[in-house]
Design a protein around this ligand. Structure first.
Ligand code: ADP
Ligand code: MG
Length: 353
């Protein structure tokens, strides 16, 4: 990571007895695009809101650029927020919306209008300044909310499910545009989503949240390929989870007895420990290759065409385990037929419970 810009130290928020955020320690690097990923209710908005100053922590500190901002009101923090519902001012023009934060900072009108036009150009809305908000589509409103937030040149931009209201095609397009804008400005983005594909496509660092805690954090590829926990493996994409018991240590790894036989995975655990192994659907191989291990035979129970691949549910002949796999569209598989499943040992991931 580059030098830490945002530091959360022992951050905790409780409501009566409900714990929304449970003692989080996080360091967010300068210029990073960080995504908080987690299911509804996992504490994402509460964290964002404590960074922005809208929610007071029960315990812990928030530092930005080395300065403790825990007691600082939102307007004095070097942050800006794009809210989930955009929170635009319906009675103001697009230009006045974008210039609003600058007006609060006593920037003169001519300068405000010039900067608003710059920001609108950056988000692809050149010339929309005089329009009123109700003349805009959902995607255009989203862009105005983004332009308004970046107009004040925040050090940290906080985005709470900013693309949640957009249709899939527009969401994909805006994901790419957000990354492009973030790289151009060099601003640190902290972006909240429950959509794992969105997280993977925009994040430099993804932080997987569950019940107010951090389950895993790192580069999206690492979190996807080598998830740290069972929750992380199942929330960040789909996975086949094999439960088992460690029989012995083996070099840098362990041997685990599972319903699909004894498998070896890298990592540390003691003989007798109950563990889980994760194998991604696309890592179950249908054809022989050198160095792979057999997982036994399975019968295809359901199959659907997904354009880029066939999505298959199969049932293992040993252990009667339900498995999810992806086959090439031209693979010789059919419902009711048995196949032999294989995997590369390096693709089998040992998970903490
Ligand atoms: P997320 O954004 O991940 O969906 P939130 O941060 O909004 O989750 O909420 C985390 C937990 O805190 C949830 O259980 C939620 O019900 C609770 N919570 C959030 N805000 C409040 C509030 N103002 N009063 C009581 N409980 C709250
Ligand atoms: Mg939320």
């Amino acid at each position: 990571m580059t030098e830490p810009l945002v530091e959360l130290v022992g951050l905790r928020k409780t409501y009566d007895r409900a714990v929304a955020v449970d003692k989080i320690d996080l360091a967010i690097g300068k210029g990073e695009f960080v995504v908080l990923l987690g299911p509804s209710g996992s504490g994402k908005t509460t964290i964002l809101s404590m960074i922005g100053g809208f929610t007071e922590p029960t315990e812990g500190r928030v530092r930005i650029g080395g300065i403790d901002v825990t007691a600082m009101p939102p307007a004095r923090r070097p942050t800006a927020t794009v809210f989930q519902d955009y929170a635009l001012f319906p009675h103001m023009s697009v230009s006045a919306n974008v210039g609003f934060g600058l007006a609060m900072r006593k920037v003169r009108r001519a300068e405000r209008e010039r900067r608003a036009e710059d920001m609108l150009r950056l988000v692809g809305l050149e010339g929309f300044g005089p329009r009123s908000i109700h003349q805009l589509s959902g995607g255009q409103r989203q862009r105005v909310a983004l332009a308004r937030a970046i107009a004040v040149e925040p050090t940290v931009l906080l985005l709470d499910e900013p693309l949640g209201a957009l249709d899939l095609a527009l969401r994909r397009q805006m994901q790419e545009e957000l990354v492009r804008i973030q790289k151009r400005l060099g601003t640190t983005f902290v972006h909240v989503t429950h959509d794992q594909e969105e997280a993977m496509s925009v994040a430099d660092t993804v932080i997987v949240m569950n019940r107010g805690r951090v389950e895993d954090s790192g580069q999206p590829a690492r979190v996807y390929l080598k998830p740290a926990t069972l929750f992380s493996a199942t929330f960040m994409g789909e996975s086949n989870i094999l439960s088992g018991r460690v029989t012995e240590r083996a070099g840098e790894g362990v041997r685990v007895e599972t319903a699909l036989g004894v498998l070896t995975a890298a990592g540390q655990a003691a003989p007798g420990d109950r563990v889980h192994l994760s194998i991604r659907p696309e890592q179950l191989l249908l054809e022989p290759a050198a160095g792979e291990v057999s997982l036994g035979r399975a019968r295809i129970a359901e199959m659907s065409f997904q354009g880029t691949h066939l999505r298959c549910h199969a049932r293992s002949e040993s252990g009667d385990l339900e498995l999810l796999l992806r086959a090439r569209v031209d693979a010789p598989v059919a419902v009711g037929e048995a196949i032999e499943l294989r995997a590369w040992p390096a693709d089998i991931v040992l998970l903490k419970d």
